[in-house]
Design a protein around this ligand. Sequence first.
Ligand code: 13P
Ligand code: SF4
Length: 332
Amino acid sequence: MTTTFAPEVASRTEGLYERVSHIVTEVEWRLYAPYIAAILDLKERRNAQILAHHYQTPEIYHCVADVVGDSLALAQTAAASEADVLVMCGVHFMAETAKLLNPEKIVLLPSLEAGCSLAESITAADVRGLRERHPGVPVVTYVNTSADVKAESDVCCTSANAVRVVESLGVPRVIFLPDEYLAHYVATKTSVEIISWKGHCEVHERFTARDIASIREGHPGTTVLAHPECPPDVLQAADFVGSTTAMIGYVAEQRPSSVAMVTECSMSDNVAARFPEIAFVRPCNLCPHMKRITLPGIQATLENLSPRIEIPQQIAARARRAVERMVAIGRA
Ligand code: 13P
Ligand code: SF4
């Protein structure tokens, strides 16, 4: 590293560039380092904890986050946190989940525009309609939903524990919403009948089986990992299907020489920084919502303690039950 920083920036960021030098250029680092130093300083002053999803960019993921994880890990961490302030580097439903589990804490989301197409695909009224059409059938709701939708649900799940949550209910049929492809994947893994909804992830629905065939043609021997929000033919063509954390676990254990992660782009960058000896084929799609979280945004949210996540009490009490039930069931 040839750049000379102001002494306070240099001491705050000492040793951090090495974590990302595989994927972040020195020119980029010159821009990032002053923000990183300011964020680390503010984090201490606010007794804040920064939680980052695997889809966050490497300078956030490797240099300012205290905890990184999939949706389930972020919820589990939020439930056990001793910080006064939680900053969610992820999307709105993740911040709401953290707030549900920590009603007394300040929960910050650096951009309120960080949404999710799955969360947008269903409303609380839709869930009530489904219950009317299927009386007595329990509702299992993916965490990628609003607190209003969670409040109408029996239990939440993530892609890391969906099958386990469905089977925990001990019933022959469940309503599983809103992700149609995740519902389809769960149905292939259980004898419980799954009634699904037509929600899709705008990032994962764009992958095709043709993309997987091209990876295999262009990079023979590559291991293909896919997120269960992808369409069924994509999952069929993959070597392994799992949540973001499960995909990382696969790479860490199996150490394939070449891997393709069929998911959001930053995932490969973040994992590549940890495993520089593995070749990453990148058939990725960007999640525009995740990309709304930036270093300047994180600094501003910690300075202003805003924007905060607030959930009306009557909704929060019912939504919390569904999330707490999921956290108690844990990972598969
Ligand atoms: P994970 O729970 O696997 O991290 O997935 C969250 C998500 O939003 C995937 O698009
Ligand atoms: Fe939502 Fe898809 Fe983005 Fe995940 S990747 S936050 S499911 S839009």
